[in-house]
Design a protein around this ligand. Structure first.
Ligand SMILES: [Zn+2]
Length: 435
């Protein structure tokens, strides 16, 4: 070959190779573009996210092609947010922006123990006693701030102003206002009626001169619960439940002290049987016994598998206007402790002193009949202010600690079928005596 032909041949090869490479690159790019074009992401219509909700960015995707990597939504941050999503196929990926807005549309909630209240002339009145809870779904419990201490832009609080004068008969309205962290507001009204003054009879006027000196004693003990003679409704509360509930609730209306909603309860040292089961077995027998004696019986529970707080148990008594509420329990202590006792609210109980007299009499009757029937040692009546089950009660209520299941002998007895029937009869005898 001539030199010229060689040059032509080499050039041709160069052109062919270059063309091939170029074509290949073009083809590759075209394929890439096709893949990129096929990466798609469409969103649902939802662009508003509830404040504090458990919303994940994935939930806002309607359709995707490829592998999705979704961002985090900060649902505790009010306002607009741009979410950056990435969708990939192989090593190719595309990002998509999506604008959302976090809003707080949930209002705080005010729960009152009553919507309206009637007071006697001169009664003590404290709004807090009627406020069960003020809370926000997200922010939790709101705290009280008195009206004069509220600053501009104050949030996460509740307040009220009371012009109730119990020395002036009439109808008053107390408005409770709650404001959550995002300035959502709720208000609720408590209607308060103050009765006319009851003029003392002439015969009592003699003692009225001395009553001023003893007034501290009489005013500290509020008006006592009066039983209606035809009411034969008994609420039986078998203490505890299969699983305790350690979340907290106030120990009484307006109380800042809190206790577990339901404690776990004791366990039989000898039988290994939990207190909740023993109280349920005795409770069911007591129900039969009382029904046979003509009472109407309401049980707070008939199974282990429930979750009812001590306050809720008290409310069952209130809502059914029970003539008596019997909370059944077994004691726990050292192995030598033995005997039974009943518990009633103390006369100076800050939440339910109005049921003191009736509950005390019920407690006296029940413990003596119970011990007479069962032969268990009588440890008498104790008076306490720390039991939620009593403090929330507006009707006569007692606890009976039927014996110590941490004592082997009493544990065996309290879990014996025939003995449990005796326990039920003894308690029923006490209720009969109370009526
Ligand atoms: Zn107990």
């Amino acid at each position: 070959m001539t030199k010229k032909k060689w040059i032509i041949l080499i050039l041709s090869i160069v052109i062919i190779v270059a063309g091939g490479i170029g074509g290949y690159i073009w083809y590759q790019n075209d394929q890439k573009q096709k893949i990129l074009d096929s990466i798609q992401l469409t969103f649902t219509d939802q662009t508003v996210i509830e404040y504090g909700s458990d919303c994940h960015a994935e939930e806002l995707v309607a359709k995707q092609s490829g592998q999705l990597s979704a961002p985090q939504i900060d649902t505790m941050k009010i306002g607009k947010q741009t979410l950056e999503y990435k969708v990939s196929k192989g090593d190719l990926s595309k990002t998509f922006s999506h604008e959302i807005e976090v809003k707080d549309t949930q209002l705080p909630e005010i729960k009152l123990t009553k919507e309206s209240v009637t007071l006697d002339y001169g009664d003590q009145f404290d709004v807090k006693k009627y406020i069960e809870s003020v809370s926000d779904k997200v922010d939790g419990e709101l705290s009280y701030i008195s009206q004069d201490k509220i600053k501009e832009n104050q949030n996460n609080y509740y307040t009220y102003e009371s012009d109730v004068n119990t020395k002036k008969a009439g109808t008053y309205e107390v408005t409770i206002n709650a404001v959550d962290k995002n300035q959502n507001k709720t208000e609720k009204t408590l209607k308060v009626t103050v009765k006319e003054e009851v003029k003392e009879e002439a015969s009592k006027s003699q003692t009225s001169s001395t009553s001023s000196s003893s007034s501290s004693a009489s005013s500290s003990m509020s008006k006592q619960y009066v039983a209606s003679p035809n009411n034969k409704v008994i609420v039986i509360d078998p203490g505890h439940q299969g699983q305790g509930n350690s979340s907290l609730e106030p120990i009484g209306p307006g109380a800042s002290t809190k206790k577990a909603k339901v404690a776990g309860g004791a366990t039989g040292t000898s039988t290994g049987i939990p207190e909740s089961q023993t109280t349920l077995e005795v409770g069911l027998k007591l129900r039969s016994e009382l029904q046979a004696r003509g009472y109407t019986v309401i049980m707070t529970r008939t199974s282990q598998n429930v979750n009812i707080s001590n306050k809720e148990r008290a409310m069952i008594g209130n809502n059914n206007n029970a003539a008596a509420v019997i909370h059944l329990h077994c004691d726990g202590a050292g192995s030598s402790a033995r005997g039974a006792h009943t518990i009633a609210p103390a006369s100076d109980n800050p939440y339910c002193s109005s049921i003191y007299s009736a509950s005390s009499r019920l407690a006296q009757n029940v413990i003596s009949s119970y011990c007479a029937k069962t032969g268990i040692k009588n440890r008498g009546v104790s008076y306490r202010n720390d039991l939620s089950g009593l403090n929330w009660s507006e009707v006569p209520a007692i606890y009976i600690e039927m014996g110590f299941i941490t004592n082997a002998t009493e544990d065996q007895l309290l879990n014996d079928d025939a003995f449990q029937t005796k326990c039920a009869q003894g308690i029923a005898d006490g209720i009969d005596a109370y009526f």
